[in-house]
Ligand binder design. Structure first.
Ligand SMILES: [Zn+2]
Ligand SMILES: [Zn+2]
Length: 250
């Protein structure tokens, strides 16, 4: 069984739903955290008490709401005496970015970490094995380069979009996946370089996606058009709008 836990579901400035981040516990007992923005460590540690339970962090791109939580995550793991190595995977530059953020937040602290941090840089179209999981990466259409992540544990397939609209290549990669956790900033595609609810529904339909969880909704839109969003949720049983603390078992 693959378990997906929603640590946060909001956009960068959302005070209520936190920055979007999901925790995935795969059927072979490997755990990964997808994105770690400003607000994520506080929520993460409120839910997960074991410093060694996490194996890998995936960073979709370098906007702050997706990786500026890394210094605090690494610091808190040290405070909790983590002993297991931590793998950090992302596009080219991920090691430099995380190291720079850490050195700015807590100068001279990296040398004191009591566990190994291992970086791995990947490109769009690539595939990797990680502790029995198959990982694939595909670029989306966003204002900054962003990679969507497909996780396959041999039993279930999950897609995590990060930010941006899906491309044809993304639709091809995620065919028939069990769950897509996708960014949808607004209802329709009026905002460039972001996903939308209607775009996500089209993608789910075209790619035969079984469940679609919408995250990263623009905060005012989410509040002001809650009734319209509710109508869509009722009309599409495979569609869900999770909140922080929600869990889906696949
Ligand atoms: Zn972004
Ligand atoms: Zn974002």
């Amino acid at each position: 069984m693959m378990e997906v836990f929603f640590v946060g579901v909001g956009e960068a400035c959302d005070p209520k739903h936190g920055n979007t981040s999901i925790h995935v516990h795969a059927s072979n007992d490997v755990s990964l955290l997808c994105d770690c923005g400003f607000s994520v460590p506080h929520s993460y540690f409120a839910f997960f008490e074991d410093p060694d339970q996490l194996d890998m962090v995936w960073i979709s791109h370098f906007h702050g709401d997706h990786f500026f939580g890394m210094p605090l995550l690494l610091l808190r793991f040290w405070e909790m005496k983590r002993s297991k190595p931590l793998r950090i995977v992302g596009q080219r530059g991920v090691a430099d970015k995380v190291v720079a953020a850490m050195d700015l937040a807590y100068p001279n602290f990296r040398a004191r970490l009591c566990y190994d941090v291992r970086f791995e840089e990947v490109e769009s179209g690539a595939a990797r094995e990680f502790s029995g999981l198959s990982l694939q990466f595909m670029q989306t259409d966003h204002s900054q380069k962003n990679l969507g992540l497909l996780v396959d544990d041999g039993k279930k397939k999950l897609y995590y979009s990060g930010d941006g609209r899906p491309t044809d290549e993304v639709a091809g990669l995620i065919k028939n996946c069990n769950l897509a956790v996708h960014e949808a900033f607004r209802l329709d595609e009026e905002i460039h370089n972001h996903g939308s609810i209607t775009g996500c529904l089209e993608l789910a339909n075209d790619a035969g996606i079984k469940k679609l969880a919408l995250v990263h909704l623009e905060r005012n839109f989410r509040q002001q058009q809650a009734a319209d969003i509710d109508v869509l949720l009722k009309a599409h049983p495979q569609l869900m709008l999770p909140v922080s603390g929600d869990r889906i078992s696949l």
